[in-house]
Design a protein around this ligand. Sequence first.
Ligand SMILES: O=C(O)C1=C[C@@H](OP(=O)(O)O)[C@@H](O)[C@H](O)C1
Ligand SMILES: C=C(OP(=O)(O)O)C(=O)O
Length: 410
Amino acid sequence: MDLRLSTHSKDLFGTIAVTGSKSESNRLLILQAQFPRIEVKNLSNSDDTRVLQKALASSEDLVDIHHAGTAMRFLTACFAAREGREVVLTGSHRMQERPIGILVDALRNLGADVHYEKEEGYPPLRIRGRKLLKKEVKVQANISSQYISALMLIAPSLPKGLEIHLQGKVTSVPYILMTLELLMQCGISGKFENNIISVSQQFSVPETEITVESDWSSASYFYSIAALSESAELRLTSYREESLQGDRIVADIYQKLGVETTFLKGEIKLEKIPAQLPEKLELDLANSPDLAQTIAVTCFGLGVGLKMTGLHTLRIKETDRLQALKTELEKLGGEVGISADSLWLSASEEIKTDVAINTYNDHRMALAFAPLALITPIVIKDAEVVSKSFPEYWENLQQLKFSVEDWDKG
Ligand SMILES: O=C(O)C1=C[C@@H](OP(=O)(O)O)[C@@H](O)[C@H](O)C1
Ligand SMILES: C=C(OP(=O)(O)O)C(=O)O
């Protein structure tokens, strides 16, 4: 499904109920599978959460988690520690190109039986669950924090708990802290000090009800919309000032791009404010890589130059996001440079109209480029990809009076 988006008014008002954080939800589902006394409210309705929920309930020999990176990594650890179960864990074509060797090596060092069904270092995996008796493991921490969260999440069920020694520069740190904090909220003790994470073994947890906060990565698209509008007052529900999600930093970043955030009871208010925009924004996004596409598109739309660093993880996500951003922004008339871990963008002068944006099976390409419809009509190819994290996005845009039409001319 290709969609053509346009807008008649640049004055935007409305209240949007954004679904629960998929990162928090997927962690809590893994913990709940070990400790059924955990109750979860405001669970994400994203594909990535649904697919994980289904996989945890399945007794099939083959489990397919499609595009869901966290599900792939978290389940690899879960199945490796589930004694007596043999399963082949696979995913989409792209998932079979996303590396998992660091996690598999760590699990094997703990005693796990995991084999590559196709290419060494990549899914699909054949996992024969076993008791993992060792207590200490070293993990390279500069490629994906999901490997580390996966180990932390099974740690309370291991006979001796787990001590994870992180090697190298740690990336996407807030996601590790989120895992630790959720473990602690469930009554499991753990700490992260001097690059060593320790999680204690735990037989049971007290009855615990946790309400997932709404997704800040999804909120970022409304920040972009507010920044590109002429006037906006948007309310997004179920957010907190003290968030577990590193992408909450979007509120501080967009302050510089003319969007003010007010934390109200259980919701946030985003307002477009008169602001002197910077000529160029410089950001290190190693702690919030999922914001990179949103910010690149907003800056492009506003004519603000941009240099983003810390983007080394982007090449192994749903697509090579650096290359995808460069290709699509250039189609719109942007001047973009990329390296292994950075992207820079010159201040744009003109934006081409009715350009069809390819989304490369990456929800964040569709989600991030859509707000440009406030500047000029734009076509989003394969728009259904948004369901990976944010199924209601197109309805939400219609609520904000975007025109969203099927476009089968291309
Ligand atoms: O643990 C998580 O929930 C996530 C961690 C991040 O991945 P990396 O640690 O691979 O950067 C992030 O990009 C992803 O969307 C979700
Ligand atoms: C990178 C992402 O997800 P995952 O790695 O879980 O597929 C994302 O949602 O942007």
